[in-house]
Design a protein. Structure first.
Length: 283
C-alpha cells in the first residue's frame, strides 16, 4: 500500500504511555471479561458492552499529545485517517453538505478513558459516538495478523476506514436507524450498520488515490488484503474460532461473506448511496 508520501492532518491524540487517571465505576476484571466475550464471541460493539457494564460513565483521562506522531506506526494512522477524512469531505461537498471529521483518532495502550466508559485494548478498535472519537491500540495490528490472519498495511487501513465510517453514520443518522432495528440477529440494525461501515471503507479505497494525487493508493493486492480483513472479523468466523459453531441469531456484525461483499460494493461503486444496507433486500 502506498502511503508514506501522504499528508498527515494531525488529528491524532497520542495517549500512549498514559493510563486512565481514575474512574468512577470502571469496568474492573469482570467487566473486561464480559467485554472480551461480547467482542470475540458475539461481535458486540465494545462501546455497547462498556455502557452496559460501566453505565456509560465518563472516565477521567489525561489529555494526550495532539498532532502528527513522529514514529512510523503513529504516522501511518494519521496519514490514513486524514485521507479517509479527505474522501468524506469531498463526498459531503458533492452532496451540498459540510463534513465534520472525528474529534480525534486516539492511539493508546492497554486502557484509556472514553466518553463510552473505560476503553480496553483487548476490545479492539472502536468508535465512541458520545465523544466522536476513534480509539485504537496499535498492538491490535499484531492481533489482526497473528490471531485473525489479516496481514498487510491495507488490512490495517481498512480497520481505520471502517471506524471512521461509523463516525459518518453518526453524522448522517444511520446509528439511530440501527438502534430502532435492534442490536442482534442476522437482519438486525447492528448488522446493517456494520455492513454499511464496511461498504464505506470500500468507498474510501475507491477514492483514496484521487484525493491525494496518488500519494495514498491501494493496488488490487491491497484490496484483497482489505477483503481478507473484512472476512476475518465476520461473526461466523469469530464464532467458529471461539465456540466451534455459528449462531446467526447472535450476529451483530455480519458474516464473513457479507462483510467482504459490502466492502467490494464500496470499492467497485465508489458511491456511498450504494451502501444503503438499511433498504437492501439482501444483506
Amino acid at each position: 500500500m502506498r502511503w508514506s508520501g501522504g499528508r498527515g492532518g494531525g488529528n491524532i491524540e497520542d495517549r500512549r504511555g498514559l493510563g486512565p487517571a481514575g474512574a468512577v465505576g470502571g469496568l474492573g476484571a469482570g467487566g473486561v471479561i464480559l467485554a472480551l466475550i461480547g467482542y470475540f464471541v458475539f461481535g458486540i460493539d465494545p462501546s455497547t458492552t462498556m455502557n452496559v457494564v460501566g453505565g456509560g460513565q465518563q472516565v477521567e483521562q489525561q489529555a494526550g499529545v495532539r498532532g502528527t506522531p513522529a514514529d512510523e506506526a503513529g504516522r501511518f494512522v494519521d496519514v490514513v485517517a486524514t485521507n479517509v477524512d479527505d474522501v468524506w469531505t469531498q463526498v459531503f461537498r458533492q452532496q451540498g453538505r459540510q463534513y465534520q471529521p472525528p474529534a480525534a483518532v486516539v492511539i493508546y495502550d492497554q486502557a484509556t478513558g472514553t466518553g463510552c466508559g473505560m476503553g480496553q485494548s483487548a476490545m479492539g478498535p472502536f468508535y465512541c459516538p458520545p465523544d466522536r472519537k476513534v480509539y485504537l491500540d496499535l498492538t491490535f495490528w499484531q492481533d489482526l495478523e497473528t490471531q485473525l490472519g489479516a496481514r498487510g498495511e491495507a488490512a490495517r487501513a481498512y480497520v481505520i476506514a471502517h471506524e471512521i465510517g461509523h463516525h459518518v453514520q453518526n453524522l448522517t443518522g444511520s446509528m439511530e436507524d440501527a438502534r430502532r432495528m435492534g442490536a442482534r440477529g442476522a437482519e438486525s440494525g447492528a448488522v446493517r450498520l456494520e455492513l454499511q461501515a464496511d461498504c464505506y471503507a470500500g468507498v474510501w479505497a475507491a477514492h483514496a488515490a484521487a484525493v491525494s494525487n496518488g500519494q495514498v493508493a491501494l493496488d488490487p493486492k491491497d484490496i484483497e488484503d482489505g477483503l481478507r480483513a473484512a472476512a476475518a472479523v465476520g461473526d461466523d468466523t469469530l464464532q467458529r474460532k471461539s465456540q466451534g459453531r455459528v449462531m446467526p441469531d447472535a450476529f451483530t456484525h455480519g458474516s464473513a461473506e457479507q462483510r467482504m461483499r459490502w466492502f467490494r460494493v464500496g470499492v467497485q461503486s465508489g458511491d456511498p448511496a450504494a451502501c444503503d444496507t438499511f433498504r437492501a433486500a439482501r444483506l
